[in-house]
Design a binder for this molecule. Structure first.
Ligand code: 5GP
Length: 180
């Protein structure tokens, strides 16, 4: 059983890969994170995230419930550690989808974890995807691009990079890494 972290810039398609994997591979368990951001349309509490208030999140930190947690784009995100430990102990591989600082924290705590970076086929393609997203203000768009540039710069810290040319191919590759 392995602990795998998937990271990459916003807009690269991490959540699409994760949804595919959840639907198609029962031997890899995908962790459900906690967050203080508000649910988006269609997101379900306990499935996509545990949606917590700021004070609930504070309480989980105080109770040492997180394997890692980070501030990202105005909200907090964290991995509840109990389920991760339980799945690893029961012999399942576990996949975490994290922003960069979470990936660094997991590496520090668990040097055996495999850190995978999901990269776009080109910067232009990522830019296009990020600019199309939602109904952001010009300021929010600029902030997203700046953040994505910083995230791309962390690629060298990862054990391997997968280029997101096809959701199915990336998911299949992750499954074989996890079950190897
Ligand atoms: P979103 O709000 O778009 O769902 O996620 C924003 C970012 O938070 C993404 O880069 C996602 O990978 C990251 N993220 C989701 N859950 C966690 C978590 O538990 N810990 C950390 N560090 N990042 C997370």
């Amino acid at each position: 059983m392995k602990l795998i972290v998937l990271s990459g810039p916003g807009g690269v398609g991490k959540s699409t890969v994760i949804s595919f994997l959840r639907a198609n591979e029962k031997n890899v368990w995908v962790s459900v994170s906690a967050t203080t951001r508000k649910p988006r349309t269609g997101e379900v509490d306990g499935i996509d995230y545990y949606f917590l208030s700021d004070s609930q999140f504070d309480k989980w930190i105080a109770e040492d419930k997180f394997l890692e947690w980070a501030d990202f784009a105005g909200a907090r995100y964290g991995t509840p550690k109990q389920f991760v430990d339980e799945h690893l102990e029961s012999g399942k591989s576990v996949l975490l989808e994290l922003e960069i600082s979470g990936a660094r924290q997991v590496r520090a705590k668990n040097p055996k974890a495999l850190l995978v970076f999901l990269a776009p086929p080109s910067w232009e393609e990522l830019e296009e995807r990020l600019l199309k997203r939602g109904t952001d203000t010009e300021e929010r768009r600029a902030a997203r691009l700046t953040l994505a540039r910083a995230e791309m710069a962390a690629q060298g810290e990862f054990d391997l990079t997968l280029i997101n040319t096809s959701v199915e191919e990336v998911a299949t590759r992750l499954i074989s890494l996890a079950l190897d």
